[in-house]
Design a protein around this ligand. Structure first.
Ligand SMILES: O=C(O)CCC(=O)C(=O)O
Length: 260
């Protein structure tokens, strides 16, 4: 878990000091129609009598496999956002700082972790336990599980107070993640741009030019990042100075049980 919470400098360009990224970069995003790859679980099918099945946008590129949908309607998403704002307890002090090139910076967003009892993860060289699940996070987690058939035991919460808060390029490829498991990213609040950049297309002199994939993450949306996306692609939420409203993002993950 260490690398998504305490980013290595080369994996997390400009954390604490990122400039606004050029919006004119080429973007690719597949739009082939169809449903989610996982067969819905029984309770999903039962719920389907009350709720319309989400319509998925499949986003594909070389080694990138994502599915996007708006999972929560506006009224429900508004309620969840308000509850997250009231209930989530974010890191403070040393846990809200990051070491980049030997210098400490405030993390340019707020973070918190919640999850199953008994799990541990590494953060700032410390072994920590996530906070126990709270009802609003369980509700979102269970909805995601219902439509994807995937289960999750951990969530990282990132809160961006406005468009100046951001997250630099990184991959969610921590050793603690269960191999082959997807990451489910659910967003509430301000709509933000989200970029994927191929690992061979990074930096000033990339060895290849692969088009950036850009997605807009809307209020109430779910982005499924399926394997092998995080092996080949870095992702980021760039600075957007015109965005004045806050946003809360939840990335649900499946973490391996702690070795005893
Ligand atoms: O806020 C977001 O959409 C991105 C969060 C993220 O990149 C992460 O949790 O690894």
């Amino acid at each position: 878990m260490e690398r998504f919470l305490v980013k290595r400098a080369q994996d997390h360009v400009g954390e604490g000091q990122q400039q606004e990224q050029n919006e004119e970069e080429p973007v690719t995003s597949g739009k082939d129609p169809g449903g989610p790859r996982k067969r819905p679980r029984r309770e999903t099918l039962e719920r389907a009598t009350h709720e319309a099945a989400p319509s998925w946008r499949h986003i594909r590129a070389e080694g990138l496999d994502c599915d996007y949908t708006v999972l929560f309607g506006k009224a429900e998403a508004d309620g969840i956002f308000q509850e997250l704002e009231k209930e989530v307890e974010y890191f403070t002090g040393a846990l809200a700082r990051v070491l980049v090139f030997g210098k400490w910076h405030n993390v340019p967003r707020k973070q918190a972790t919640y999850g199953d009892a008994g799990l541990t993860y590494t953060f700032s060289g410390l072994t920590l336990s996530p906070k126990p699940w709270i009802p609003v996070l369980e509700r979102v987690r269970d909805r995601v599980s219902g439509v994807t058939g995937q289960t999750f035991n951990f969530v990282l919460v990132n809160r961006y107070k406005d468009g100046c808060d951001h997250i630099g390029e990184h991959r969610d490829d921590e050793r603690e993640l269960a191999p082959g498991s997807p990451i489910a990213s659910v967003s509430f609040g301000a709509c933000r741009d989200f970029f994927f950049r191929h690992k061979e297309s990074r930096g000033k002199n990339p060895c290849r030019r692969v088009e950036v994939v850009r997605v807009q993450l809307a209020h109430g949306s779910l982005l499924m990042m399926n394997p092998p996306t995080n092996t080949h692609w870095y992702h980021s939420l760039p600075v957007r100075k015109k965005v004045l409203a806050p946003r809360v993002n939840l990335t649900f993950r499946k973490v391996l049980p702690t070795k005893k």
